[in-house]
Design a protein around this ligand. Structure first.
Ligand code: SF4
Length: 530
């Protein structure tokens, strides 16, 4: 096996090699590093921009994810179709058709949260790319009937937020985000979740969201997929950097230091970095915090954990069981919207298939002992219907949802961009062949118009983009499930996928493809079964 990572040059850090065809695999350096090169590679750029080159760029208008080629991924499994039978519907070719596949799911201790599609958007927080696309992402999620999570730091990053005695008493940005989703929810599908990190918890953000904004679901968070050191963003404004420092964040360099202020004013540097703290997970305080949130009025309490080591995953599963959490999201080291250090994003934690497989084993162990197992969501690079199916099968029967964030932000941004191009009358040729009005370009527009009536005009093209992308996902998933003869999500089992490599089989416990159905095939051949 060759090197799994390409280092020292990536579109993520806007770097490249001088000798692009001759690279040392270990260091990623050009085979000949020549005196006189201006240094377009990551080492070269670090020689003049230092720590700035730790992060994917340009910050604020991108989402980013690891490009490491992990030994196993979801392409190492195939979905198994069948020629016989139908689960969840009459085995009648006129009835067992793909539009009749039911994708609805219910989660929560009382099964009180219903979704039209088994998807949760797991946490888009204070980053500009989330903020600037909220109308598309959250409204698109709401009209599609999936769960939307507001990520960490939103209240404290908002300069309009009012804090009294160390607690948030008014948070306009958080309020806008909650309302944007709630206003567009249809028939009670989906729910809006407010996540918290160390700083949010200290500021009482979740209590505020429950009491003042009517939020029913809150999420505790242990790190995240792309990074485990807490959220980071860049701040271009000195006053904002100073205020955030006062609100308890780590801000680098220190915006209250007179020498730093002078350097910033001279434009020696143009951005501060805001970092969050790492949490200190401990069973007693975890259970206590869950109880506090329930007492404050939270109807549902979720936990999201990142790609930590296996013992921490075991802690997440066990603690979620003890505290009777309503949803546990297990996020593989995929990516995100924040300022995750690029090498951390690539070289960190347990990769998705391994992480998801371990989650299944741990949940199954508890279930077999009769212990409570919460609904689980798998996340980490999931963007298409086949991956959704495979993730639901790998973790069945415990996995009820998948987490998808980057692909949904992508759909929102593309929808928004097309909307702008329509307004400017500069529709790219690639899109123009479908028409020059949103009703012509977006294939779901007629259906949405009929369902929403005059509200359709208030819908942003970003939201239409998310809805349309999810409509494709829904139809694709229905087709896969129909071919698999499963007409409702509850019938998907681990037996519905097969491993294509011995390694994938060993890691996941999913049989190697030619070993699947061994006994049944034998019986059929012996004439003992039909
Ligand atoms: S600085 Fe050296 S390693 Fe980097 S691009 Fe130039 S020659 Fe290649």
């Amino acid at each position: 096996m060759g090197s799994l990572s390409r280092i020292n040059a990536s579109a993520a850090t806007l770097t490249k090699n001088r000798t692009e065809d001759s690279i040392v695999p270990l260091s990623g350096m050009c085979v000949t590093c020549v005196d006189g090169c201006i240094g377009m590679c990551e080492i070269g750029k670090s020689a003049y921009r230092g720590h700035e080159v730790l992060y994917p760029q340009p910050f604020g208008i991108i989402t980013a994810a690891s490009e490491k080629n992990y030994p196993i991924d979801y392409s190492h499994f195939n979905i198994m179709g069948s020629a016989v039978g139908a689960y969840g519907i009459e085995p009648d070719p006129d009835k067992a058709i793909f539009p009749n596949v039911n994708l609805e799911q219910r989660i929560g201790h009382d099964k009180g949260i219903k979704v039209r599609l088994p998807i949760v958007v797991p946490g888009l927080g204070s980053t500009n790319v989330a903020k600037n696309n909220w109308d598309g992402i959250a409204v698109g999620a709401a009209i599609s009937g999936i769960i939307m999570t507001i990520g960490e730091n939103v209240a404290a990053m908002d300069m309009e937020t009012e804090i009294k005695n160390g607690r948030v008493v008014r948070a306009p940005d958080l309020e806008y985000r909650v309302k944007a989703y709630k206003q567009w929810q249809r028939d009670g599908y989906g729910t809006i979740v407010v996540q918290a990190n160390v700083e949010d918890t200290r500021l009482g953000v979740q209590e505020y969201a429950i009491e003042k904004l009517g939020v029913e679901a809150v999420e505790l968070k242990w790190g995240q997929g792309a990074k485990d050191i807490g959220g980071e963003v860049k701040i271009k404004d000195l006053k904002k950097a100073q205020e955030l420092r006062k609100r308890g964040y780590i801000v680098l360099p220190d915006p209250l230091d007179p020498d730093v202020i002078k350097a910033f004013e001279k434009r020696t540097f143009t951005e501060f970095e805001r970092h969050s703290r790492i949490g200190m997970v401990e069973l007693e305080s975890f259970v206590k915090r869950v109880e506090e949130l329930r007492k404050a009025g939270a109807k549902y309490v979720f936990l999201k954990t990142g790609a930590y080591r296996p013992a921490d995953l075991a802690r997440a599963v066990k603690y979620a069981s003890i505290a009777k959490i309503d949803l546990l999201t297990v996020d593989g080291a995929g990516g995100g919207t924040g300022m995750s250090p690029w090498h951390m994003m690539n070289e960190w934690g347990v990769p998705p298939v391994e992480l998801h497989s371990l989650t299944y084993f741990y949940a199954d162990k508890l279930a077999k002992k009769g212990e409570y197992v919460p609904a689980i969501a798998f996340a980490g690079g999931i963007a298409f219907e086949d991956q959704i199916f495979k993730a639901l099968a790998l973790g069945a029967p415990y996995v009820k949802l998948v987490g998808m964030a980057r692909s949904i932000v992508c759909a929102a941004m593309v929808g928004k961009t097309i909307g702008k191009k329509i307004e400017e009358g500069e529709i790219p040729v690639f899109v123009e062949r479908f028409g020059n009005q949103k009703e012509e370009i977006f294939v779901t527009a007629a259906k949405l118009k009929k369902e929403l009536g005059k509200d359709f005009e208030k819908l942003s093209t970003g939201a239409i983009g998310v809805y349309t992308y999810l409509e494709r996902i829904a139809q694709g998933l229905r087709q896969l499930m129909c071919g698999n003869r499963k007409f409702s999500l509850e019938y998907i089992t681990r037996n519905d996928i097969a491993a294509l490599t011995r390694e994938a089989a060993e890691v996941s416990g999913i049989p190697y493809v030619t070993e699947l159905d061994k006994e049944e095939a034998e019986k059929i051949l012996e004439g003992k079964a039909t």
